[in-house]
Ligand binder design. Structure first.
Ligand code: AP5
Ligand code: MG
Length: 214
């Protein structure tokens, strides 16, 4: 199955993608994770992308599209993929339809007022990459799964979060119309969009996603 997750920053795309990709046995491909790894390893893509991630703005389409095209050509994508954080602009969506079009697009809906506390409270493990919220943690500094050090993402500061939310509403939200075929950006006859309520417990959201895939 070729699947992608749409949704604002903090909707739970990464949290849900971990379980859903294991369930479907397809690779979880997060463009945000790819950029953070490229920045850590100081690759040419990382050096180019860093200023955009730090500012909460989108990396230019050409850079992201080339990176995803290369990733989707790898053998582990032969039976499908779960894309998280791509596409984020209409130009990226058109490119993906040309590279390897998704079958289903899951839009995880969460109201804006919930997102700030989810993002400012997020902690990520540097060792196993697990993602948590401080409300779940006994110790804010140690990963409950592997004991690795937990840290906060660079772009999870309130001022950067508001730039990311603006980028989402202006550049990414129009994709809901693109994939449903109902908006101004109508391109396909088939409605590939499924909407899932992301404003409930993670286990409930997981069940909602699997139900919509059946
Ligand atoms: P990216 O890494 O994709 O960030 P994002 O879209 O802003 O989304 P997040 O990862 O912040 O949120 P999420 O939905 O994954 O939530 P999570 O599961 O972690 O992109 C980062 C940057 O990279 C961009 O700003 C841009 O610069 C660049 N970039 C990436 N892709 C790009 C592209 N295609 N084009 C251009 N630029 C690109 O959960 C968040 C928190 O909520 C956690 O603490 C979690 O524990 C908690 N939580 C999760 N689910 C629930 C729930 N059901 N109830 C309560 N809490 C929950
Ligand atoms: Mg994420």
């Amino acid at each position: 199955m070729k699947l992608l997750f749409l949704g604002p920053p903090g909707a739970g795309k990464g949290t849900q993608a971990a379980g859903v990709s294991a369930h479907l046995k397809v690779p979880h491909i997060s463009t945000g994770d790819m950029f953070r790894s490229a920045i850590k390893n100081a690759t040419p893509v990382g050096l180019e992308a860093k200023k955009y991630l730090d500012a909460g703005e989108l990396v230019p389409d050409s850079v992201v599209i080339d990176m995803v095209r290369e990733r989707l050509s790898m053998p582990d994508c032969a039976n499908g993929y779960l894309l998280d954080g791509f596409p984020r602009t209409v130009e990226q969506a058109i490119a993906l339809d040309e590279i390897d079009a998704p079958d289903i697009v899951v839009d995880i809906e969460v109201p804006d007022e919930r997102l700030l506390s989810r993002l400012t409270g997020r902690r990520v493990c540097g060792k196993c990459q697990g993602t948590f919220h401080i409300s779940q943690l006994k110790d804010e500094h140690a990963c409950p799964l592997c004991g690795g050090a937990l840290s906060q993402r660079n772009d999870d500061k309130p001022e950067t979060i508001s730039t990311r939310l603006r980028a989402y509403h202006e550049q990414t939200e129009p994709l809901i119309g693109y994939y449903s075929g109902l908006g101004k950006l109508r391109r396909v006859e088939v409605n590939r969009l499924r909407t899932v309520d992301g404003d409930s417990r993670p286990e409930e959201v997981f069940k909602g996603i699997l139900a919509t895939l059946e």
